[in-house]
Write a protein that binds this ligand. Sequence first.
Ligand code: NAD
Ligand code: TYD
Length: 339
Amino acid sequence: MTVIVTGGAGFIGSNFVFHMLKAHPDYRIVCVDKLTYAGNLSTLESVMNNPKFRFCKTDICDREAINKLFEEEKPDIVVNFAAESHVDRSIENPEIFLQTNILGTSVMMDASRKYGVKRYHQVSTDEVYGDLPLDRPDLFFTESTHIHTSSPYSSSKAGADLLVLAYYRTYGLPVTISRCSNNYGPYHFPEKLIPLMIANALADKPLPVYGKGENVRDWLYVEDHCKAIDLIIHNGRVGEVYNVGGHNEMKNIDIVRLICKELGKPESLITYVTDRKGHDMRYAIDPTKIHNELGWLPETKFADGIKKTIKWYLDNEKWWKDIISGEYQNYYTKMYGNR
Ligand code: NAD
Ligand code: TYD
């Protein structure tokens, strides 16, 4: 089996590469990544010399290069993680989100059709469902919840999902889609909530909480997401969408407080800043379908996962300090300087 993994130098993609090399040592894993600001070759250092692994620095929008790669590798499975993934950046500059997330997806699917892959899997997000009100804890996203997006990021992911389902119906491309809740764990890029708060707290810098910090996210340890995708690409039904989430809803402010506590830092570092435009209130996944059909259940409890994650950031300071010392400083000043 040869599996093409796009976006494998990013957060979830790299964890998936590690998972696949371990879980399926006989598979060949080919990582395709453009190495944008969010992609890091150092993340893949430990597998670079693995004979079952190949890294290709390629843009998924580059049709010619993608076709050439498919010609060479003749992949059985394609898993598309590559995306612009940060909501705040999408609010500043939507265009690249449409380019990579929608057009890039179509390029990957065209190549998958042309070379007859057995499975094309699209890694999507619960954000395509929009948000739920805080005062209705009885409501959850199911696979039949309407698409109702809020940000340019989620709209671009929803556009890609619709295209994936259209390729299934129109061309019979054997597709599956997973829509996962917020992930956390090793190699999470420091612009996102949990690693940003860990890095700032360690430096005794202000912890910028948007609005009142009451927004709720449903957090899943990244390895559990990787295991869900592994199950879907092997046993999931073609043409189907699977929601993936851990029934682990937390308010942003409670996460930030927990990080302060774990790191022994004072809550006085918490600074409430101007809210994100169009900020989704609550995400909450109903994972009944993937549980009933594929037997998937999250294995890592948040209380353990957050400890493991904090330990990882403490043990791997070089990884994230290298990132935040470069161009990231300009991003941080622009986003948080006058907030
Ligand atoms: P990330 O930003 O950490 O990584 C994205 C990777 O894609 C990077 O390595 C980047 O270099 C690469 N990339 C970007 N544009 C590319 C292009 N044009 N061609 C090739 N490579 C390109 O993102 P992530 O958090 O790991 O998310 C991965 C996927 O999972 C995304 O599709 C995202 O929408 C989805 N997702 C993320 C979460 C989450 O909590 N992070 C939750 C659900 C779904
Ligand atoms: P984020 O990690 O960007 O993921 P998403 O927007 O995809 O859910 O943000 C998670 C939550 O944390 C979201 O409600 C926005 C909030 N947030 C802050 O309060 N401060 C921050 O500095 C960041 C990055 C996010």
